[in-house]
Ligand binder design. Structure first.
Ligand code: GLC
Length: 628
């Protein structure tokens, strides 16, 4: 029988009396956006209202199941919604298996994270993954279960509690775009369940797929060409943007939205505080387009945000949208309809590496100019490296008329092609031809020259380049996320070439196991690892005491005489001066005295910058003079 009760009544029905006032208040704040976005996506369907009621009732059940300590945290964060945008937030990202062997091993690394000043830990996918190759866990077979190879659900609950006690928020991937071909939904579809087949985009022949292929790009043109896979059990073509075993979900089906909203809240109730919304740009398909960044994808995310804000307002959504700079701000939504709290700034990351290759900050300056101020209670995510390639195509807008060729030159530089004179040791990723760039792989230390360094000076320069890029990420005005091993200068792991299931995907170069022998040298001011670690720690400590480096504090770039130098001003009292070239440069400081944040020396007038040298400077307060 169709229920005539309102969505609010259905939400409150499963809740004990003492939770109802809060739930009703939060619902009232979200109602307009929630109903509008879900109505725009699914309102035409005759079953919309009963579906909405059922959705709200299941949301209510998950609300009721939320643990009191998580509800307390929610209340604190509701009172301070920009809690994550401060200059003392610092992230760290790692594969569970590589960092600690399993979840218990990760818990044993909390001391290391605390010593670094980490307050946010992104563990790459740890839910039960597809049997066999799984794209590093990005082919999820169950959203309810920790991968048995990495631990149990009880281990996850224990880890989230330990991290919370240590002041570290756990971030988990929420892989919204696709599931593994052995997820129960895919298995059910293969077994002939028509409701589950409708969870996916499937086609009886190539007519429709061929139409889409005319305008849709390719993420892995070499390792997984095309966007559709023929599935013999279905006798149909299935949309598979990434690997053939990752089946894209069909969000035109409201059951998919409800299932994924439930998956998100279930994980939030296990203590996940941040969701890295994987591949958010791809959620909605529209013929004749590249099927990225569609308005409906934004509606879906806004509806998801509204649901999170009702049940778990302490939880953050983070957009992994690796898209050109102008497409990024939309992932924050608007004041009336907020979307993600945090968004990866992959253009900034790529432009930083581009600046090293070109010994010019041209791309970087353009990216910074194209980065709008943040809306309230939001943050960019800055980073130097992550588990994926450095994708160059996000810079096509900035790279100018010969963009593809220019980016291809940069990619060749990082491939360290023998004879190119490059210090980098990386690999080009999925490039379809020599005059086009797709991505570059490699650990930061290898790309910056530490792996190839044979002299003291080469090593020194490599360390400077690493500190330069990290210094940018730490001072840009963002949540900076360190990638596991970069704090110690860990280099490439070439062992993937020996495994048939990985050899075609050079992203495994940057997925080494954590090296405890380097960790032991972290306080040694002579070893490369120790110098890098101590240098980073100095930057992190300085950042923590500088409110001008908070995410939302204003940012501008001062003109320099040479494109080799970036002069990034935060507020009017902090300056990051970075020389991205191998030649010494000079820069004339704005009037007044400037104190070096790291060694306390005071500078004024024209300063010299050694090759790849960075200065962090704070404007000296003018002494108040006693009236004569
Ligand atoms: C994201 C992940 C990447 C993965 C892809 C498909 O981009 O970062 O590692 O291959 O999504 O899930």
């Amino acid at each position: 029988m169709m229920s005539i009760r309102s969505p609010l009544a259905r939400l409150l029905a499963p809740l004990p009396t003492h939770l109802r006032d809060d739930a009703a208040r939060r619902y009232a704040r979200q109602e307009a956006v929630l109903l509008d976005r879900l109505g725009s996506l699914y309102g035409q369907r005759p079953d919309f209202l009963p579906w909405l009621g059922d959705l709200m009732e299941s949301v209510g059940r998950l609300y009721a199941a939320r643990a009191p300590e998580l509800r307390r945290q929610d209340a604190q964060r509701e009172a301070r919604p920009d809690w994550f945008a401060s200059q003392s937030m610092l992230g760290y990202s790692a594969y569970v298996q590589r960092f600690g062997a399993n979840l218990q091993g990760v818990a044993a690394r909390i001391a290391h994270l605390r010593e670094l000043g980490v307050t946010y830990l992104h563990l790459l996918p740890f839910l039960r993954a597809r049997a066999g190759e799984s794209d590093g866990g990005f082919a999820v077979a169950s959203f309810e279960e920790v991968d048995p190879a990495l631990g149990s659900n009880a281990d996850l609950l224990a880890l989230t509690a330990q991290l919370r006690a240590a002041g570290i928020s756990l971030c988990s991937d929420l892989i919204l775009n696709h599931v593994a071909d052995d997820h129960a939904w895919a298995l059910g579809a293969k077994a002939g369940d028509p409701l589950l087949r409708d969870f996916f985009h499937t086609y009886p022949d190539r007519v429709q797929p061929d139409r889409y292929e005319q305008t849709v790009g390719q993420v892995f043109p070499q390792a997984a060409p095309g966007n559709f896979t023929f599935v013999p059990e279905l006798q149909r073509w299935v949309w598979t943007t990434f690997y053939p075993y990752q089946w894209d979900l069909n969000y035109a089906n409201p059951a998919v939205f409800a299932a994924m909203a439930g998956a998100m809240l279930g994980l939030a109730n296990k203590g996940i505080e941040v969701f890295r919304l994987d591949s958010t740009a791809f959620l909605w398909k529209r013929e004749g387009t590249d099927c990225m960044n569609q308005p409906e994808a934004h509606s879906l995310l806004q509806a998801l945000r509204a649901i999170a804000a009702i049940v778990a307002p302490g939880v953050l959504l983070k957009a992994e949208a690796i898209v050109p700079t102008p497409k990024l701000p939309a992932y924050f939504g608007s004041d009336a309809a907020p979307e993600c709290h945090i968004a990866y700034h992959s253009s900034l990351m790529a432009a930083g590496w581009g600046a090293l290759a070109e010994e010019s900050t041209d791309l970087l300056q353009q990216v910074i100019a194209a980065t709008p101020p943040l809306p309230p209670a939001a943050s960019w995510l800055s980073y130097v490296r992550c588990h994926d390639d450095i994708g160059w195509n996000v810079l096509l807008n900035e790279a100018g008329a010969d963009g593809p060729a220019r980016l291809a030159r940069i990619a060749r530089f990082f491939a360290g092609t023998p004879g190119s004179g490059s210090y980098a040791r990386g690999a080009a990723f999925q490039s379809s031809s020599a005059d086009k760039a797709h991505g570059s792989n490699g650990m930061a230390a290898s790309l910056a020259g530490l792996e190839s360094a044979t002299t003291v000076q080469e090593q020194e320069y490599a360390l400077r380049r690493l500190l330069l890029l990290h210094g940018l990420a730490l001072s840009f005005g963002a949540l900076p996320v360190l990638y596991m091993g970069d704090e110690l200068g860990m280099t490439n792991d070439y062992s993937y070439t020996q495994r048939a299931d990985r050899a075609m995907d050079s992203r495994w170069l940057q997925r080494p196991a954590f090296d405890d022998s380097l960790l032991a040298w972290r306080h040694d001011g002579v070893s490369a690892s120790g110098r890098l670690y101590l240098g980073l720690r100095q930057l992190i400590d300085a950042r923590g005491r500088l409110p001008a480096l908070a995410a939302a504090a204003p940012r501008s770039v001062l003109p320099a005489d040479t494109p080799a130098v970036l002069a990034l001003l935060r507020g009017d009292a902090f300056l990051n001066l970075s020389n991205f070239s191998g030649a010494s440069q000079r820069f004339t400081l704005p009037a007044g005295e400037w104190r070096n944040s790291l060694d306390g020396s005071v500078l004024a007038g024209t300063v010299g910058l050694q090759p790849w040298h960075m200065l962090w400077l704070e404007r000296e307060q003018e002494q108040k003079r006693e009236p004569a």
